[in-house]
Ligand binder design. Sequence first.
Ligand code: SF4
Length: 356
Amino acid sequence: MPKNKQKSNRFTQELLKWFAHHGRKDLPWQENTTPYRVWISEIMLQQTQVSTVIPYYQRFMQKFSDIKALAGAPIDEVLHLWTGLGYYARARNLHRAAQMIQGEFNGDFPLDFDDLIALPGIGRSTAGAILAIAAHQHQAILDGNVKRVLTRFALVSGWPGLKEVENTLWGIAQQYTPEEHVADYTQAIMDLGATLCIRSKPRCGDCPVNRACGAYKQGTVTEYPTPKAKKILPVKESILLMAIGEDGKVLLEQRPPTGIWGGLWSFPELAPNTDVREWCETNFNLKIDEIQAWLTKRHTFSHFHLDYTPVYVKVAETLPAIMEPKERVWYNLQKPDARGLATPIKRLLTQLAQNT
Ligand code: SF4
């Protein structure tokens, strides 16, 4: 047997043995495994830790137990259940994909790789994970955890986000993925990356594959995976207008469906240095009683920092004209309704509710 084949067989066997004793088997999406349930978990687990995902997953499943329920729900309800998880495009894509499955596949979850990757938000690794775990198909995965394990084990240099490096890793991932026990193997390699082969201070002493791990043998574990060259993020500034009406309600508007916090509800966002009093009068014909700037805070997105200054404005009267467009509401702080909110906005609303 070629040396490479021996190495991959060994890796797979040791990993499966370890999984039988130490793998996580009581996660909510491991009960009653269906493609739908695995799909939701895989999307939630992108960029988010298991412990954070569990309560979100349980609430989501209670509300949307199948494709039909998710496809038929208003997007606002979906975003509401996603509030706090971040990366809201994931929720919008889930909703759109559920509607496509409902429309194009009669509500039956597609189990063909090409059909799956054609759906919004499902990439090659997510499709592989769904098909391997829920349908026992021979498919490889390559999420962030698996990339870390494989770069260390097989000594793959270069930032894994580079196409060339990624292609090498896909080749190794496919070579190591067994035809049998593929569901357990997939869960096992994800678990290894999440529990032992972690980013900092990996627990190599407890690792089932340490005897064959290239980086461990060389003492170079901390050098893998190669980090991305650092870039300095630009800073954008804005004012968040917190206009409170006479009745204690606050003005919220829905953001456009794309862009940051797409489709979520937010305070009106104004350019920095806007004269807030003048802006309120000109745009909404609102008379201002009191105006107060709160401390500027920073929220970091993947491609820029947003420095936002919340400006509290007490409005002398509430004009009906402001209610006309569908994408604006006076939001009742004491009786909050179900709508998708970005985390910084939710925090500010809580502060406002305590202060008014
Ligand atoms: S020995 Fe260490 S670096 Fe190698 S796969 Fe195991 S945990 Fe990761």
